[in-house]
Design a protein. Structure first.
Length: 367
């Protein structure tokens, strides 16, 4: 009797199983956001990067208030769920698309999540138009950086020395760019000018404090929490005002010898706008990078025109500005404030801290 050999048939699949990666996923839209957050190990990996884009492997990712808006839903933006948020990261370039120098592969980078979109609705605008650029945000319009891998245009990268701490690199990006573009470029901040920053504690506010001190500016800050004021004082704030809902503009003006401040950075909006207007010096600028307490603020038009004040709206910034502020970080001249670092599997706890507004500085996930 013949014996059949003990063989194992190998089947070759034309369509191999897709590769998977780890990701922090917003499973559905809702408020509060935290219950809808899941850490997954089976999120679909990304395809090869498109022309001009690169694929980055995340080392650390940082939170922004935008991540809550993505979870709650953004008016006018058609978001589908489940999705991945996140618009700040430090990572290593994994692969590159067509037209990208392969020398980028293996480089440690920080990123500018704001991808400029050409304005096709006004093609006839002359050079020097006053129209601000439109942006799409990685993490909002595109799946984001709370994943093991993400894609981004190569123009939105800033190479970092290998010695850069990935946690600090992740914490630096978008908030530092937003503050730098608003203060240095658009408001034209000069050395020694006085600055007011409301609601100290968030990423943009702490970045604004660091940039103001880099310019050797005296800085006043406000907060509803004394412990946040204590931390701001340790970082160089010169006047710390506990905001209990009172008119604190007289205290700020008194600190300046009744002159008023040159620049107010107010991301709170409704709750603080009028006090900022009343705190400004003649010819001063009120810069608004957000309105977390609401958009429908009371103002003082008579004070605005009589004192020739400037009202400046600002969001994110250009890649050129990003390269400038990234160079300050790489050289050690600017550093972000890191609140707390979480393992990526504990992302739901990180979301809970952000949603409760318990942080001072940036909350970071480490991969």
């Amino acid at each position: 009797m013949s014996v059949q050999p003990n063989t194992r048939q190998v089947v070759h699949h034309d369509n191999p199983l897709p590769s998977l990666m780890r990701a922090v996923v917003v499973t559905k839209q809702g408020n509060p956001v935290t219950p809808n957050i899941r850490f997954q190990t089976d999120w679909p990996d990304l395809p090869a990067p498109a022309s001009g884009w690169v694929k980055v492997r995340a080392l650390a990712s940082a939170f922004n208030h935008m991540d809550l808006w993505v979870g709650m839903g953004i008016p006018g933006v058609n978001l589908t769920y489940p999705r991945v948020s996140g618009c700040d990261c430090c990572g290593v370039v994994d692969s590159v698309g067509a037209g990208v120098d392969p020398k980028w592969v293996g480089k440690k980078v920080i990123v500018n999540a704001a991808v400029p979109v050409p304005d096709v609705s006004r093609p006839g605008d002359p050079p020097g138009t006053t129209l601000a650029p439109n942006y799409e945000l990685i993490g909002e319009h595109h799946n984001g950086m709370f994943a093991e891998f993400f894609s981004i245009p190569v123009d939105n990268l800033a190479a970092m020395p290998d010695s850069v701490d990935p946690v600090e690199g992740a914490a630096f990006g978008l908030c530092a760019l937003t503050a730098y573009s608003m203060m240095a470029t658009k408001a034209g901040l000069s050395a020694g000018q006085s600055v007011l920053i409301t609601g100290i504690g968030g990423g943009v506010a702490t970045s604004a404090l660091a940039i103001a001190k880099h310019f050797s500016c005296p800085v006043a800050v406000t907060s509803r929490h004394q412990w946040k004021l204590d931390k701001a004082k340790a970082l160089g704030a010169d006047l710390c005002v506990l905001d209990s809902g009172q008119d604190w503009s007289k205290e700020v003006r008194g600190w300046t010898g009744k002159r008023g401040v040159d620049l107010a950075v107010d991301s709170s909006g409704k709750a603080t706008h009028l006090n900022c207007i009343k705190s400004l010096a003649r010819g001063g600028c009120n810069a608004t990078p957000g309105c977390t307490s609401g958009p429908d603020a009371t103002t003082d038009l008579a004070r605005i025109f009589w004192n020739q004040l400037r009202l400046l709206g600002s969001t994110m910034g250009s890649n050129d500005e990003f390269k400038e502020v990234a160079a300050l970080f790489a050289s050690g001249k600017l550093k972000p404030v890191v609140d707390q670092v979480f393992a990526v599997a504990d992302a739901q706890k990180a979301y809970a801290r952000l949603e409760a507004a318990e942080q001072f500085g940036k909350i970071v996930l480490k991969w």
